[in-house]
Structure formats: C-alpha cells, structure tokens
Design a protein around this ligand. Structure first.
Ligand code: SIN
Length: 336
C-alpha cells in the first residue's frame, strides 16, 4: 500500500495529545529500565523527536500527565472529548496520543468505540523510560505520526503503534511486562507494519468502530461502575457480593477456559442478576473466543467473544451507559 511522503509545504496537521506514561518517564541511570518515575511531560518527549517537524505540522496538548494505572473514567471521557473536538477542526488531519502502556488497551478500545470522525487516531507509548539506553519512545512516537499522516490510516479506527507494528485498538493487548514488542492482538493479528520509513497495511478491522458504532458520548455524563471478578480454583462468591454492594451495574467475570462458570460463580451471577447487574463471561486465557453456551440462557450472562476482561469492561460500561438490555448487549459483543 502507499506511504505518505508529502512535500514540506503540504505537510499534514497532526495534534499530539499527552496522557503520560513511561514515554515521559526517567530513571536514575541509563541502564535502569525499571523503577522509574514520570518526570517529564509531552513537551520533553517532543524535544527528543525534532524530526517530527519534517513530516508533519505538529500541535500538542497535555490532557493529563499520569501513569496509565491512574487513568479513570473521568480521564477517558475528557480524552475522548478532546479527540473528537480536535478532529472536528477541518485543519486537523489526525490525532496521535502518548499514553502509558499498562492500560493502553483499555483507553484505545474506548476511543475506538466513541470517536466519531474517520480521520486517523494513533496511540503510542514506550516500554523503556526516556533516560534508558535504546529508549523506544522517540521512534514509537515518530512512527505513530508516520501512521497518522498516512492516507491508508483513515477509516481504520483507533490504531496502536509500538515497535513498528500497527494493531487495531480492538485487539491490541499488552502481552509482556517489559519487552518492546509487547503489543499484539491475542491471536497475533496485526493490521500492518512500518519498515523503511513507510507504513504498509495488510488488513483492515472487520468489527464496527468509530463512526459505525451507536455510542455517542454527547448524552453521557458519567460511565457506570463495572468491575472485573477473577475466576480461580476454590474461588467463592465474595468478590461478586463486594462488587454488587459497591454499586457495580455490571460485572465482567474473567472466567477459566472458555468462560466456564463454577458453582460459586453461578451463585455470584444469580446474586448479580437478582439486583439487575449485567454479567459478561470473559476469560483469563490469553487468546481465543468465549462462545455463547447454555449457561447464558440459564443465567442471562453475555459471552465476551474475543474481548479480554479489561476490554469487555469498556464495552459493557458503554453499553450500560446507553441503556442497553441483555439482548442489546449480546449483539454489541458480537459486532464491536
Ligand atoms: C504506565 O502505564 O503509565 C506505566 C508503564 C508504561 O507506560 O509502560
């Protein structure tokens, strides 16, 4: 497919939004790649990549500056609104976001479902702090902008770019705690790759996203509480009870295997359903789908398909925020 090499006088306008994360962090020495602190900002990240000015006209905005395990629903709503506002500006060709990698898969899937314009949105981060030997952040950011200026990136939904891979936000999953190629789809699905300074797309996302979803944040003031309960040997019902008592309107059960419900989990699900709490069966297994089964009819549960528990939580929150009942939620898990 084509690359995007515009002449300097027709450079595309890209807005870079900073959320924080390791890309803006530093450690005590160049050989320390763990135990670092968020010391920088988007501006300090941009100073490391002056080459961006050769491929795009850049505007930047620090939306928040946090480690991504601090990203909450309020940050998600604020970020989505900034993305939609920037993309609505006819002068803006695309948005790039720098974000911590720990929960990047949740933020990106959220944006994938609620961004309402087909212009490119690309999210990147870093697995090594900016102070490290072979820090990966600067090249990841450069490549993210490369993808954002590519005509082929429009209409692809939100894209995750790290380590020269392009992965759909629906599939992008952190699969390693420290390796620079940590982001993949659960079944190694990639949309494209960067090589020789060019982006080459080989596939496009099949599930509905951005303009083709029924989600519209204009009507959403706050997202409902949805919790994740983990399945394991000897588990009781107490985490279900705790989530319900804490006000959850939805629970994602990170079940064993293909979404299996133990007897205790069935009791927990019944407790939830009696109180009108929606329950999605996802899996703690890294790859493969959770398929619909007889338990769904008995317990009114919803199969997560190929969404892992954190991504299933995002879709369930959005579905509940839009008043979806069990039937509508089941459909949402099939099409998004
Ligand atoms: C974070 O998610 O903010 C820390 C880890 C990282 O960015 O790699």
């Amino acid at each position: 497919m084509t690359s995007s090499n515009r002449t300097p006088n027709t450079l595309r306008q890209i807005v870079i939004l900073g959320v924080g994360g390791t890309i803006a962090a530093s450690a005590a020495s160049a050989t320390q790649t763990h135990d670092y602190k968020l010391t920088g900002t988007l501006d300090t990240v941009l100073e490391q990549v002056p080459q961006l000015g050769e491929i795009a006209n850049i505007r930047s905005e620090q939306v928040v500056n946090v480690a991504s395990h601090e990203v909450d629903n309020a940050v998600l709503l604020r970020l989505a609104s900034r993305v939609n506002e920037h993309l609505a500006d006819p002068a803006v060709d695309g948005v790039v976001i720098t974000h911590g990698t720990d929960t990047l898969e949740e933020t990106t899937y959220f944006l994938h479902l609620v961004v309402k314009i087909a212009k490119p949105v690309v999210v990147t981060g870093a697995m090594r702090p900016s102070s490290a030997l072979s820090a990966d952040g600067p090249l990841n950011l450069y490549n993210a902008v490369r993808v954002a200026i590519s005509e082929d990136a429009a209409g692809m939904g939100v894209l995750v770019v790290l380590d020269e891979r392009v992965v759909s936000a629906r599939d992008a999953t952190k699969t390693h705690t420290s390796a620079t190629d940590a982001f993949r789809g659960p079944d190694s699905v990639e949309l494209g790759a960067l090589s020789g300074g060019r982006v080459r797309f080989a596939a496009s996302p099949l599930r509905r996203h951005t303009c083709d979803t029924s989600f519209d944040l204009a009507a959403v003031q706050a997202l409902p509480q949805v919790d994740i309960v983990y399945g394991y040997q000897n588990a009781g019902t107490h985490f279900f009870r705790a989530a319900i008592e804490a006000g959850a309107r939805g629970i994602v059960f990170a079940a064993t295997g293909n979404g299996s419900l133990s007897e205790a989990a069935k009791a927990g699900v019944l407790m939830a359903r009696e109180r009108g709490v929606a329950v999605v069966r996802s899996s703690r297994v890294a790859a493969g789908a959770v398929s619909e089964c007889a338990d769904d009819a008995c317990y009114h549960t919803i199969a997560a398909d190929t969404l892992n528990p954190p991504k299933a939580r995002i879709l369930l929150m959005l579905g509940l925020a839009h008043g979806m009942d069990t039937t509508a939620l089941r459909r949402a898990f099939e099409i998004y």
